[in-house]
Design a protein around this ligand. Structure first.
Ligand SMILES: Nc1ncnc2c1ncn2[C@@H]1O[C@H](COP(=O)(O)OP(=O)(O)OP(=O)(O)O)[C@@H](O)[C@H]1O
Length: 265
């Protein structure tokens, strides 16, 4: 999917000016408060029509967690998700199955049958995430979706993102967190969007990049968190070395199924 000459003006200020972007795979969106991350995500998701320019090739179904997610308060969480699943084109049995799996994985408290209006902020966000990952959509847009999540749910979210990308979805996520080395990163600021490749100290991602030889690696971070990484051939050795030299472990490495990397420009 592609943003073509997208400009968003509020009053006489261009928050985004003439932005051209190709989006594919996992894309982290970073930038200071007020720089335009949510604006970019809303345009990508189709929730905001830009002042000028257009979005080309947006998938028909989009999973979107907006910055402020406020579902209908009186409905039960599981009921809300089952209905949403039907709207997204799932059959009744599949919508119910996906609802149960996602609410279990994200550990919705106090229970999947809780009324949406009674949920804590983090648990309401879990319902939003379950909503975004309910159907196999082509685009998932997460606006600061880690805010308010506990550690287990954050790890589960990382897995959901990896799984969506592995089946070919584009995942666009505003984040202030560290980003997986080798992932495409957009930096928003001063009405411009710059593409970079995420790096960590000691990881050199400046060399020529190549979509062949990409690998999926399972690593354990020094804090014990396990993380699945998709690494381009040109980042592979340096990224894994960085994990090891920071006290982490490499648990598994195998060829990435159809993984492609993006070129920084
Ligand atoms: N509907 C609106 N009307 C006028 N100005 C707006 C509107 N929405 C956003 N803005 C302004 O556009 C700028 C970018 O806002 P945006 O919410 O996209 O930033 P952000 O990077 O997501 O910020 P944060 O990290 O604080 O969530 C801000 O200056 C904001 O005040």
């Amino acid at each position: 999917m592609r943003l073509v000459a997208v400009t968003q003006r509020y009053g006489d200020v261009d928050v985004l000016a003439d932005v051209d972007l190709d989006l594919e795979g996992y894309v982290a969106v970073r930038g200071p408060n007020g720089s335009g991350k949510s604006t970019l995500l809303r345009i990508a998701a189709g929730a905001l029509e830009p002042t000028s320019g257009r979005v080309v090739g947006r998938p028909r179904h989009v999973g979107y967690v907006p910055e402020r997610f406020s579902p209908p308060g009186t409905m039960r969480a599981d009921e809300y998700l089952r209905r949403t699943g039907r709207v997204l084109g799932l059959g009744a049995a599949e919508a119910a199955r996906r609802t149960d799996v996602l609410l279990d994985r994200l550990d919705l408290r106090p229970s999947p049958r809780a009324r949406l209006g009674s949920l804590s902020k983090g648990n309401r966000l879990k319902v939003g995430l379950a909503h975004a990952f309910l159907a196999p959509v082509g685009l998932v847009v997460l606006d600061e979706a880690r805010d308010g999540l506990d550690e287990a749910a954050s790890a589960e979210l990382a897995s959901l993102v990896d799984e969506a990308v592995a089946r070919g979805a584009t995942v666009l996520r505003a984040t202030h967190d560290d980003v997986t080395p080798g992932a495409l990163e957009l930096r928003v600021g001063g009405s411009r969007v710059v593409r970079e490749v995420a790096r960590r100290p000691g990881v050199d991602t400046t060399g020529p990049r190549d979509s062949h030889g990409a690998v999926r690696a399972l690593v354990r971070e020094p804090d014990g968190t396990e993380r699945a990484l998709t690494l381009a051939a040109t980042d592979r050795d340096a990224a894994l070395l960085a994990v090891l030299s920071h006290g982490g472990s490499v648990l598994d490495v195998r060829p990435a199924p159809g993984a492609r990397s993006e070129e920084a420009r």
